[in-house]
Design a protein around this ligand. Structure first.
Ligand code: ADE
Length: 244
């Protein structure tokens, strides 16, 4: 699953024996990627859209695991634009049913976050590391320079998802004050992780840092997606598939 149309676009061209089908306002590209049966789909934005897409992948296509790629705003001060975060624990930062239950707890599941399988996290970390070695094959030097991407790194860390694009310092502070260890913020990962948890299948969440989740967040966002993030998704997934 990709969080933007551009993020699945390049990958769909690598699918062999490709067929395309529309269902529930999504387009599903089915075929083989590196010989592995795969379905590629743009999740649409936000937790509900992502959960609906994940559910459809599981029920209609019978997928046995989900890998999600997209962009995220940095919460951790160590992160720069162009770095990658592989999700460890996924929180829904806007889930709050207090005083009925503790903040962040997902009703009826008794969980405040969803863990990803450590072996999948490790495989994604290694794939991103291999991608970085070849990054110039995917992203032009001019684009890397434009976004000041010099020595991008990949880290494993916790991720917060919610139905807002965080573009104000006060909002960022609100999220980090409740979840101080979280690395980045996005709008889908923890919803996909919840659906995977409920169906008992593994999920991997891979996020490229596109902004600092503050007042400068919208600057050049479309260009970053188009020229950088879409290439990261393509490259990291291709590297990951080489080792499956
Ligand atoms: N995805 C990328 N940047 C984001 C931000 N600042 N807030 C939420 N989702 C994002």
């Amino acid at each position: 699953m990709g969080a933007m149309p551009e993020e699945i676009h390049h990958l769909t061209h690598h699918l062999k024996q490709r067929s395309v089908r529309d269902s529930g306002m999504r387009t599903y590209y089915q075929g083989k990627l590196s010989g592995i049966p795969t379905v590629i789909v743009f999740s649409r934005w936000g937790k509900v859209a992502a959960a609906a897409t994940a559910t459809n992948l599981i029920l209609e296509y019978g997928v046995r695991e989900i890998i999600f790629t997209g962009v995220a705003g940095a919460l951790h001060s160590d992160l720069n634009i162009g770095d990658v975060v592989v999700g460890k624990n996924l929180y829904q930062h806007d889930m709050d049913a207090t005083p009925l239950m503790p903040r962040y707890e997902i009703p009826l599941l008794g969980k405040q976050f969803f863990e990803t399988p450590p072996a999948r996290t490790e495989a994604a970390l290694e794939a991103a590391g291999r991608f970085f070695k070849n990054i110039k094959h995917y992203v032009s030097e001019a684009e890397l320079a434009k976004f000041d991407i010099r020595a991008p790194k990949v880290v494993a860390g916790d991720i917060a998802s919610g139905d807002t694009f965080v573009s104000a310092h006060a909002h960022k502070e609100h999220i980090t004050s409740g979840l101080p260890g979280v690395y980045c913020v996005e709008m889908e990962g923890a919803a996909v992780a919840q659906v995977c948890y409920e169906f008992g299948i593994p999920c991997t969440i891979i996020r490229t840092i596109s902004d600092a989740a503050n007042e400068s967040a919208e600057v050049d966002f479309p260009r970053f997606i188009e020229t950088v993030a879409s290439r990261y998704s393509e490259g990291i997934i291709r590297e990951l598939y080489k080792k499956i």
